[in-house]
Design a protein around this ligand. Structure first.
Ligand code: NAD
Ligand code: G3P
Length: 333
């Protein structure tokens, strides 16, 4: 595990490449855009996706994804969720058996309703071990070397242990889990819930409401995750509660800040027109709702977000409808 390849040079791919470099690995980063690769190699910065943060000069970027793949002992897949299938399809014929794929995108595929590991399992050779890296981690903080703990979910515990050593450092601390599905569900659904929390903050609905939304949101993650086959305990960990707390309470989050702007009365199209960075919850909301319906899981908060984003529902009316739901038992033990 000396050589790490990173596919995707957005904010998170760049930050993870830096983390791997800090852990002592030789790291190569694939950038889709030539200008991004040139800036990383020449100015040691990624001004498009991680502006103002100096990068380690030893970090090399290229637009040749197959060269990255050929020279890697482990590959981090860090493209946006809706582009994972096409990216894997391009890489699949060249992927060496046994080289693990670490899925770092957080989302559910629209149309198929699949988790990222399911998309990867369908598109990559069966000889590729699949791993998920998820948890509370803003790219800019990881890039600055601030302390961060994440979940590394991998069914093969020996491989997982090697990856902990390969990627871990004092500032970037991966914790091993065997629950791939649980880790992925937490990472995907918290983005939708962060939009909901942003709406609530944008409308100044108060601290009590925020605590209620976080707690009931975690219940939604857990219900869906368990129905998908995840382990209940996973949702109390870094990739569940940890990432929900981070993303749904911070203006650093693209999802939370989008919800905040919606809550203030801005239109979705105006908000999206003003940002380049991917806001995964916007794409995952409809997919979560469809998956929940398929599995018979009740997810009222995610449904509310989907209604606002995709069905032109009025924010005030959606909030009123949520508050008018029948009173019920809190926990189904
Ligand atoms: N930024 C974070 O703090 C953070 C932290 C954890 C996880 N993530 C997850 O990582 C994933 C990537 O997010 P990011 O923050 O690096 O994105 P970003 O918004 O910083 O950059 C977008 C990236 O998408 C790439 N891209 C655009 N169109 C593409 C296509 N058709 N095919 C392949 N790639 C394409 C761009 O080249 C760029 O690398 C997301 O799923 C996100 O949820 C992000
Ligand atoms: O900025 P966001 O909302 O995409 O969140 C980034 C990370 O997923 C936080 O863990």
């Amino acid at each position: 595990m000396q050589r790490i390849g990173v596919i995707g040079a957005g904010a998170w791919g760049t930050a993870l490449a830096l983390a791997a470099t800090r852990a002592g690995r030789q790291t190569t980063l694939w950038a889709r855009e030539q200008a991004v690769a040139d800036a990383i190699n020449g100015q040691h910065e990624n001004p498009d996706y991680l502006p103002g943060l100096p990068l380690d000069p030893s970090l090399r970027a290229t637009t040749d994804a197959l060269a990255v793949l050929a020279a890697a002992d482990a590959v981090l897949l860090v493209v946006p969720a809706q582009h994972l299938r096409a990216t894997c399809a391009t890489l699949a014929p060249h992927w060496r058996p046994g080289v693990p794929a670490l899925i770092c995108a957080k989302g559910i595929e629209q149309g198929s309703g699949q988790l990222m590991s399911e998309v990867a399992a369908e598109t990559l050779p069966a000889t590729v071990p699949l791993v998920a890296l998820s948890g509370p981690s803003f790219a800019a903080e990881v890039a600055r070397g601030l302390p961060t703990a994440v979940t590394l979910a991998c069914e093969d515990q020996a491989l997982g242990t090697s990856l902990l050593s390969a990627l871990g450092s004092r500032s970037f601390r991966p914790y091993l889990s065997a629950d791939l599905i649980g880790a992925e569900v937490g990472g995907a659904v918290k983005n939708v819930l962060a939009i909901a929390c942003g709406v609530l903050e944008g409308r100044a609905m108060g601290d009590n409401a925020r605590a209620a939304l976080l707690t009931r949101g975690l219940a939604e993650i857990t219900r869906l995750g368990v129905a998908k086959g995840g382990l209940p305990g996973t949702f109390m960990g870094l990739s569940g509660m940890g990432d929900l707390l981070l993303t749904a309470t911070s203006m650093q989050s693209r999802n939370f800040s989008l919800g905040f702007a919606l809550g203030e009365g801005k239109s979705l199209s105006a908000i999206l027109a003003g940002r380049k960075a991917v806001t995964e919850g916007v794409f995952t909301a409809a997919a979560v709702v469809a998956l929940a319906e398929q599995l018979g899981v009740d997810m009222p908060i995610c449904q509310a977000v989907d209604a606002i984003l995709n069905r032109g529902a009025d924010v005030e009316q959606v909030v009123a409808a949520l508050l008018s739901r029948p009173f019920r038992v809190e926990l189904e033990h």
